[in-house]
Design a protein around this ligand. Structure first.
Ligand code: FAD
Length: 391
């Protein structure tokens, strides 16, 4: 039996950020991951470090927008190497994204753009400064620059992997409802077991929290899934784009982020089309996205593109009506802390919440550090679109 102060279960952004903070402050903490470090949602996310602007599209700075407002500042400090986690080696796709509106929707979003609300967060672009693909004569909308960064999620998770994999184990976790802090970690290849005795366990397993709580016979906190049907397109001709297309709705019509894969640019399309696309099959979703893109960028020839679609679940604390929670969630009960960040951007806040709960349970930085048992380490997760089927 190995004794440890804190055992984190799940190596997505919530688990890794918390582990980084705990190790840096001198806590005796380890992490167990059943699959690959980098998470399921985290590596597949669009990498946008929201500051709440898109939640203010309805014209009001609601609770969601207020809760997330400080996150870009905290992340930017980390990206500059002066923050609570060292992300200075992470590839930043852009320090600022764009918000654009088609001409037909300009009048409907004019109030939002002109309002005092967004004054210090975004600035209008002059036509001469429009980047591709908006620097085309056929584009007749408006563009604003928004001070919220977009990160390369593979680079982000790889950096955390490099810093922390020495403190992580790979294995299936078996929990005991009578003794929640006695955790069995089972090697998936040999079937061999390692017993860990933790003072506190942290469930940071995203969607996996549901079955872990089930093993503990705990009906609460209850989890919800909010699926999204993301569309992907790639070609050599596409420019890099990080932009939200606004409409009258309180959700962006499309949110496009991009990555370079070999010599092609791959667009990853979320926003309203991904939310409403959950009832469409793969082919229908691709077709719906093709129509949407053609409407908002009629001057681009999308014919040479290859297409794909991915259905992914967002796992969060349950809310009434399955709505997006306003913030992250941290719950502590009887030596078990359960956490869902709700957004990648909320990683600093979810980690602070967990560390606060650990402090209340008397877990402090320690002179004693458990020697690493000889046990397999997890591999690194990869972007899901590298293994998807293209047509
Ligand atoms: P995950 O990243 O899912 O990690 C959970 C980890 O736990 C996984 O590695 C999994 O293998 C492991 N695990 C599961 N079960 C077990 C078990 N039994 N034992 C051990 N390990 C286990 N948020 C933003 O702020 N900006 C965005 O641009 C953005 N875009 C998104 C786009 C999409 C398509 C999706 C789905 C989400 C997006 N989000 C975004 C939300 C964000 O990705 C998530 O809120 C966040 O990544 C969740 O992190 P997590 O660590 O809780 O979960």
């Amino acid at each position: 039996m190995t004794d440890v102060d804190v055992l984190i279960i799940g190596g997505g952004i919530a688990g890794l950020w918390t582990l980084a903070r705990l190790r840096r402050s001198g806590h005796d903490a380890w992490l167990v991951e059943s699959s690959a470090l980098g998470g399921i949602q985290s590596i597949a996310s669009q990498g946008i470090i929201h500051g709440g602007s898109k939640y203010a599209l309805g014209g009001k700075l609601g609770d969601s927008a207020k809760a997330i407002g400080d996150m870009p500042r905290i992340w930017n400090e980390c990206l500059d190497g002066t923050g609570e986690v060292d992300l200075s080696a992470v590839e930043i796709h852009t320090r600022s994204q764009l918000m654009w509106s088609t001409k037909s929707a300009v009048s409907r979003v004019a109030g939002f753009f002109a309002g005092k609300l967004m004054e210090d967060r975004m600035s209008p672009l002059q036509r001469a400064d429009y980047p591709a693909p908006f620097n085309h004569a056929a584009f007749d909308g408006v563009i604003y620059r928004l001070n919220e960064p977009v990160l390369n999620t593979a680079s982000l998770m790889t950096e955390l992997y490099h810093q922390l994999s020495a403190f992580c184990f790979k294995g299936n976790v078996i929990l005991n409802a009578d003794e929640p802090t006695q955790v069995t970690c089972q090697d998936q290849l040999s079937g061999e077991s390692m017993k860990l005795n933790a003072r506190q366990i942290v469930l940071a397993a995203g969607e996996g929290n549901e079955s872990l709580l089930g093993q503990l016979h705990r009906p609460t906190p209850a989890m919800q899934r909010r699926p999204v049907h993301m569309t992907l397109l790639k070609s050599r001709q596409l420019p890099l784009v990080y932009a939200h297309c606004l409409s009258a709705s309180s959700n962006p019509r499309l949110t496009i982020t991009s990555t370079r894969v070999d010599d092609e640019t791959c667009w990853y399309v979320g926003g309203n089309i991904a939310e409403t696309g959950i009832h469409r099959n793969r082919e229908e979703q691709i077709e719906a996205c093709q129509q949407e893109l053609q409407k908002v960028m009629p001057w681009i020839d999308f014919q040479p593109c290859k297409w794909s679609a991915l259905m992914l679940n967002r796992a969060e604390i349950q809310t009434r009506g399955n709505k997006r929670p306003d913030s992250c969630h941290v719950d502590a009960h009887d030596s078990v802390i359960t956490a869902w960040p709700t957004k990648l951007a909320f990683a600093p806040r979810v980690a602070s919440g967990i560390i606060d709960r650990l402090g209340k349970a008397g877990i402090m930085p320690s002179a004693h550090h458990t020697a690493r048992p000889d046990w397999p380490r997890p591999e690194m997760a990869t972007w899901p679109w590298l293994n998807t089927q293209w047509s």
